[in-house]
Design a protein around this ligand. Structure first.
Ligand code: FUB
Length: 306
């Protein structure tokens, strides 16, 4: 019995230490990690920060492409390589280094990857494109045009229990939501402003459902504190939402795009910081466990320091 107890404690400790290794990868800079569990396997769809190539006029963030990661053997993050380059976006402006936070969702055995990019021949900040694949790691077949009627950044996808999908997007202090058609490539209704978010809502949104409550997490900026992660809940995916508080205090990171998943029964918050580079435009993805209280509220997450 004593041996069994010791073994259980050890295994529990090992499992719990998976994400204590922060940042998750160090061979490249990764930001805005959207984590997803597909068929029991954990994937991350982050964006990619780089040092601006010589001669490139540095945009605010220098982001040329996307990679996909999966967790292998419970402890190794496999880089599946470049899944989309900025110059392969059919409707995108070349060399704009504007491949910001993406998301990926599965419906009926197909994987849909959503990403923002700067459109060509248009004075619009970002449009959102989509690609489809039979595998969570691609290759994806990229749609020739961006999603009509949608203009913004930070696509966040929700697939409800009734198989209806919703696209959240925005940035610039406003978040919008639109239901998607069954083809997952078009909105079925014009986007509406998400109601009930607090003053200081900044960007990003990660929608998910738990116990019939819809949760939205987002970057929330306080005048005296800077970027934090906040959350709101609703009875309906389209809102109105009610602000519930902070999940993470400011960690002096400049931005805090993140996601939440339930992996093997544990809730995990994926976020980024710049602990490798020392510069907040060269970020590194991280993860820490997150817990819910009985009333559905979320306990604040303290980032693991190495
Ligand atoms: O990484 C580029 C942008 O910064 C993201 O789209 C925002 O959410 C913020 O993290």
């Amino acid at each position: 019995n004593k041996l069994y107890f010791l073994l259980t404690i050890t295994l529990f400790g090992l499992t719990k230490s998976l994400f204590a290794q922060n940042p998750l990868v160090t061979h490249m800079y990764t930001a805005d990690p959207t984590a997803r569990v597909f068929e029991g396997k954990l994937y991350i769809y982050p964006s990619h920060d780089i040092v601006p190539p010589e001669g490139t006029e540095a945009p605010r963030f220098c982001m040329p492409d996307y990679h996909i990661f999966s967790l292998e053997n419970g402890n190794t993050w496999k880089d599946h390589g470049r899944v989309l380059d900025q110059n392969e976006v059919p409707w995108g402006e070349k060399n704009s280094y504007g491949m910001w936070a993406p998301d990926c969702i599965e419906k009926d055995g197909k994987y849909y990857y959503y990403y923002p990019a700067k459109p060509k021949n248009e004075n619009t900040f970002r449009r959102i494109g989509v690609g489809v694949s039979d595998s969570p790691t691609g290759p994806f077949k990229w749609e020739k045009n961006y999603i009509k009627g949608v203009s913004g950044i930070d696509p966040g996808l929700l697939l409800d229990d009734d198989e209806k999908a919703y696209l959240f997007f925005g940035g610039g202090h406003e978040l919008y939501v639109a239901p998607l058609k069954d083809n997952m490539k078009e909105v079925s209704k014009a986007p509406i402003l998400v109601e009930g978010l607090p003053a200081g809502y900044k960007e990003g949104s990660f929608p998910f459902k738990k116990d019939s409550t819809y949760y939205l997490t987002f970057a929330h900026v306080f005048a005296d504190e800077g970027y934090t992660i906040g959350y709101a809940t609703a009875d309906n995916p389209m809102g109105p939402y009610q602000y519930r508080g902070k999940i993470m205090d400011n960690i002096d990171n400049g931005t805090n795009h993140h996601s939440v998943v339930n992996y093997k029964g544990d809730w995990i918050l994926f976020y980024h910081w710049w602990d490798v580079s020392g510069y907040n435009k060269l970020r590194s993805m991280r993860a820490d466990y997150m817990t819910f209280k009985k009333d559905g509220s979320i306990k604040k997450v303290k980032p693991t320091r190495r």
